[in-house]
Write a protein that binds this ligand. Structure first.
Ligand code: ZN
Length: 210
């Protein structure tokens, strides 16, 4: 039994060896090979390098010490608008009533995404189409970030207006986020979400010791 196993093994080695030497013979001599082979690394994206630098600075920089506490009381009246969604897939128009919060967020996000020109960002709102997704009660938005040197875009689901505000502030070099009650929060506190949205994992050195 052992001898049979050994023989089979030797036979396999022989076949593989013959296969290898055949492949070597078929290759052209080195002088005839094309100078550039397929696996040339793409050039690093300068825009992403800048964003990575911003993230590093934010993680290692001092925390703002003069953050505003905001108003104690604030009139929360928000003017809702009627939201119309035209599906890019089927061209069906879906209308959302003025009191639907998720639809209100859609219109906010659509406005905010146009304010991030430094990055190739787009929204995927396909869940908002009543024809394509009739069973979805509370549609969510997705953010798609593309980099010229990466084949796969970075996609994050469940996008809220705050996410886009954070991206905008980061790219503007700001160090804080101010909410509608004028309360300020250090942008540093949102670093995990920013890394997630951008598809850029935090550098090991930027993790703060607890
Ligand atoms: Zn549709």
């Amino acid at each position: 039994m052992y001898m049979i196993g050994l023989l089979v093994g030797l036979l396999l080695v022989a076949i593989l060896w013959v296969g290898c030497s055949d492949a070597e013979k078929q290759q052209p001599p080195s002088t005839m090979r094309p100078a550039v082979t397929a696996a040339v690394p793409r050039q690093a994206d300068p825009a992403r390098a800048k964003i990575e630098e911003r993230l590093r600075k934010l993680a290692s920089g001092p925390r703002p010490s003069d953050l505003a506490m905001g108003a104690m009381c604030y009139d929360m009246a928000i003017a809702f608008e009627r939201v119309e969604f035209v599906c890019p897939e089927c061209s069906e128009k879906t209308l959302y009533a003025q009191n639907e919060w998720h639809a209100h967020e859609l219109s906010q996000c659509r406005r905010l995404v146009t304010q991030i020109p430094a990055l190739d960002v787009s929204l995927d709102a396909s869940q908002f189409c009543a024809k394509c997704n009739p069973s979805i009660d509370k549609p969510v938005l997705s953010l798609v970030v593309r980099y010229p040197d990466r084949e796969q875009p970075c996609r994050t689901d469940g996008i809220k207006p705050l996410d886009l505000e954070l991206l905008k502030l980061l790219l503007e070099g700001k160090d804080r986020y101010r909410d509608i009650q004028d309360r300020e929060t250090a942008l540093q506190d949102y670093l995990p979400r920013l890394h997630e949205l951008l598809g850029i994992p935090p550098a090991k050195s930027s993790v703060r010791p607890k």
